[in-house]
Design a protein around this ligand. Structure first.
Ligand SMILES: Cc1ncc(C[n+]2csc(CCOP(=O)(O)OP(=O)(O)O)c2C)c(N)n1
Ligand SMILES: CC(=O)[C@@H](O)[C@H](O)COP(=O)(O)O
Ligand SMILES: [Mg+2]
Length: 618
């Protein structure tokens, strides 16, 4: 079957094929998608479910004169394969390779970049309006999933489009799935006769429901939509994971997202070589908290599986809420929960938290409600690239009065930090990265390096040994809130009279420890909080005259900026180097390689320290 696809270099070739060649083309596309995802991972399920839809779209609409926008873009591998990227698909989501989602810089058949859900309708209406204003006659199509209709932004777009005379075409790819089972009233409504009434009441012509795997029916409906002079929705019923039995059998996500070789014996499994992830470790301590305190409740905006909450949902069905792709609602829902006296924990990816900024400010921080934000995927995310990097949470949250920002180093820190956050009178953040838990370094596994005594600059911050012991003990035993709260920063290595201190946030503390092992007069300070700062500890660090601050987040406005602000306000002037994510949107690639490239590994930290000391050659 692959030869049908090998004859397609552009959508023009798709339109030139005889109709009886199209089933073979769809089979070849599925084969290519399955092979690609098997080798390099990717969004298998959604892309398999959209094969016929995408072939029919390219038969009817002529890109780039007509524009196709795909909500998120994770379902668009067939579109990439049909638009000249077939021979590079093996580079998908890798450094300098094919992008994880759509990107006009990659192909002029990609109308707009995306990666976050619920944007397609608004962007498509804007594109259509702008094109008409500038005399362009092409059609604009927004392809959105049923999950995308659980997000408010989609409705802002539908509302505006339905009241507009512009002939926007919305194709609803309804597979009754988000990443896992879809939630709420809207997806359910779509499978009833009310779907027609719903869209018609919003001002759309409704075409459907159409079998989303029947090329003839799809083509006819799309041609009718293309001829419409007013907003129109084509409602296609599809199956996520279609054509690959392990995905179709994957009840949880239909093979939504996977790493390479994540299926064995015909089953789709998330394989990470057995080590738990930070998300799974957090879910563990969250489960303890749910067990211990009936006021605790968890909220996720459609990332039950990605945030490792599926098991907790089964254990606490009424206290783990998946609210759909609705980050703004998730945050303000948590504000309501907190106002009622519950202890809400909003479990949310750093990049998706961006969508709920005003809700954090206006509904949580301004009233000072004790919402806990478990900010997952904080830092480099790797394959998902620029639209998904967890780069900004420290910076955009730090200015908010009363919001405490914690960052664990190792999995054992999560319990104490969560318990501290749950005791806090106001809102808190715990940020942790995508990926598996690290091994404990020798300094942590066998207790801490001897602290040389009280800080030379004022009160000792705290007894690192006691704190560490408390932390370590809590790792072993069930946590009781009495063991907390945690004070501020934590010396991972404390050398009296050290000349240089590596100040880090989160897991970078481990790289700093490794970097400092061969440097007898370097100290390592785990800031533990991005805000508020542990000023005494940071002023002690300044005493050595040289400070490197390293964080896996943008250097603009992050921990490093806060430290510089402290030193300026305190009238101390050590030489300071800031390391972090640079002032660009970092592309897709291997996060470990990118960390090294950014100098956010032990060698990079050592280089930065030596450069600061003027000992580059050593
Ligand atoms: C703002 C935002 N929140 C969450 C996500 C994660 N996400 C990616 S795809 C997806 C499910 C989309 O469901 P649907 O629109 O039905 O598409 P399907 O995968 O079923 O084809 C989610 C939640 C995202 N990309 N953007
Ligand atoms: C497309 C999308 O936004 C999600 O599927 C995201 O790619 C999940 O990321 P993780 O793989 O880090 O859970
Ligand atoms: Mg869906």
């Amino acid at each position: 079957m692959a030869d049908v696809l090998s004859g397609v270099a552009s959508p023009t070739d798709v339109r030139a094929l005889p109709e009886d060649a199209l089933p073979g083309l769809c089979e070849a596309l599925r084969e290519a998608i399955i092979t690609t995802c098997g080798r390099v991972g990717g969004h298998l399920g959604a892309s398999l479910g959209a094969v016929e839809l995408i072939v029919a779209l390219h038969r009817v609409f002529h890109t780039p004169q007509d524009a196709l926008l795909f909500d998120v873009g994770h379902q668009a591998y067939a579109h990439k394969l049909l638009t000249g990227r077939r021979d590079r698909m093996h580079t998908l989501r890798q450094a300098d390779g094919i992008a994880p989602f759509l990107d006009p810089r990659e192909s002029h058949h990609d109308a707009l970049a995306a990666g976050h859900a619920c944007t397609a309708i608004s962007a498509a209406l804007g594109l259509l309006s702008g094109r008409r204003q500038l005399g362009h006659t092409g059609h604009v199509v927004a392809v959105v999933g049923d999950g995308a209709l659980t997000g408010g932004l989609s409705f802002e777009g539908l509302n505006n489009a339905g009241g507009s005379p512009l002939p926007l075409v919305v194709v609803l790819n309804d597979n009754q799935m988000s990443i896992s089972a879809n939630v709420g009233a809207i997806p359910a409504l779509l499978r009833t006769r009310n779907a027609r009434a719903f869209f018609e009441s919003l001002g759309f012509t409704y075409l459907g429901p159409v079998d989303g795997h029947d090329l003839g029916a799809l083509t006819r409906a799309l041609r009718e939509a293309k001829a419409s002079s007013r907003p129109v929705v084509v409602h296609a019923l599809t199956k996520k994971g279609r054509g690959f039995p392990p995905a179709e059998a994957d009840e949880q996500t239909r093979g939504h997202a996977m790493g390479p070789y994540e299926w064995r014996d015909g089953k789709l499994v998330r394989s990470r070589g057995g080590r738990p992830t930070y998300s799974e470790a957090f879910a563990q301590v969250l489960g303890d908290a749910l067990e211990r305190d009936p006021r605790v409740v968890a909220v996720t905006p459609a990332m039950l599986e990605g945030s490792a909450l599926t098991g907790l949902k089964a254990r606490f069905p009424d206290r783990v809420h998946d609210v759909g792709i609705a980050e703004q609602h998730a945050v303000t829902f948590c504000a309501g929960l907190a106002a009622a006296g519950a202890k809400p924990i909003c479990v949310i990816y750093s990049t998706f938290l961006q969508r709920a900024y005003d809700q954090i400010v206006h509904d949580v921080c301004l009233p000072g409600l004790p919402v806990v934000f478990a900010v997952d995927r904080a830092g480099l995310v790797g394959a998902d690239g620029a639209t998904h990097q967890g780069a900004y949470d420290v910076s955009f949250l730090r200015p908010l009065p009363g919001l405490t920002q914690w960052a664990p180093v190792v999995g054992e820190d999560l319990g104490p930090m969560l318990a501290t956050a749950l005791q806090a009178p106001g809102p808190s953040v715990l940020r942790f990265p995508r990926g598996t838990l690290p091994d404990l370094p020798p300094e942590m596994a066998q207790g801490w390096a001897d602290a040389p005594g009280p800080s030379s600059l004022g009160q000792p911050t705290h007894d690192a040994r006691a704190d560490a012991k408390g932390t370590m003990d809590s790792a072993a035993s069930r946590l009781t809130p009495a063991a907390l709260p945690i004070p501020g920063a934590r010396w991972l290595k404390r050398v009296a009279g050290s000349r240089l201190t590596l100040v880090t946030l989160g897991p970078l503390g481990l790289s700093a420890l490794e970097a400092a092992r061969s440097e007898p007069d370097w100290s390592v300070l785990d800031a533990r909080r991005a805000w508020p700062l542990d000023e005494a500890a940071l002023l002690e660090a300044a005493a050595g005259g040289h400070v490197v601050v390293a964080e896996e987040g943008t250097v603009r406005g992050g921990l490093g900026s806060a430290v510089l602000e402290l030193y300026a306000a305190s009238g101390v002037s050590p030489r300071v180097t800031l390391l972090g994510m640079p002032d660009v949107f970092l592309p897709h690639g291997d996060a470990r390689v990118q960390r090294t490239q950014l100098g956010l590994d032990a060698a990079g930290l050592r280089r930065a320290g030596r450069a600061l000391l003027g000992e580059e050659s050593r």
